[in-house]
Design a protein around this ligand. Sequence first.
Ligand SMILES: [Fe+2]
Length: 243
Amino acid sequence: MGHKFTGLKIKEEDSKAILDWTLENPKFIASLPHQPDKMHAGYVKAIFDLDNKDVKNCLENNVWKFVGKKDFSKSTDTKYFKSSHEVEPASRPFPYINLSNINRDIMNHYGIPEDCKIANMGWILSYADESYLCTWHIDNSRDMNAYHTRFNVLLSKPKGGEPILQGREGYTAIGVDKYKPAYGKKFVIPVVENGVWVCVGEKYKHSTVKMEGKKPRILLSFGYIVEKELAKELQLKSIEEWK
Ligand SMILES: [Fe+2]
């Protein structure tokens, strides 16, 4: 059965701008601190909180010297910048204009409210090689009325590396099941490059298919704290788009 993707594909020019910048800067990427959590193994590097004005300032001006000294209050910023780690400067400023184009297209497509809060870890660019493994985990929002929801897109997709979702209580792999508080089956989203998918990481345990080959897995992830009913709706919409 062939899959016909009916969702949002980000614009080629926006995707290419960020992909080119990423591939141009292997030394910059290698010099970043490792992904600081236990959910991921193998080679994976990430820039967190791309939406944060201090991070934006560093990337836009390509000035990194001061970041280690800066006293960030947000926990993820602290994790990312806590050491006075010397970051290898990038070849040129990060193409923020394309990043905001992609974010705007995602917000429009999914109807994310303008005033929606940005989730813990913010907007992320991550780079993984063939050794990468995302272990099964859930994401938290620490918000009673909303879910940590991520709008993800692969700028570079290797063989494998597809996301896998597994419903938690009341959530099957492919939807919401009010009557069966059982874990759902695993559902592999057959993603292609530049196609956006949604991950409501609090209600779906998630992981990835093992990667193979030399092509890197380059992910852009826009995290928002989405009101519960809307988050459910968007998860279902996304799964429908990939079925
Ligand atoms: Fe996650």
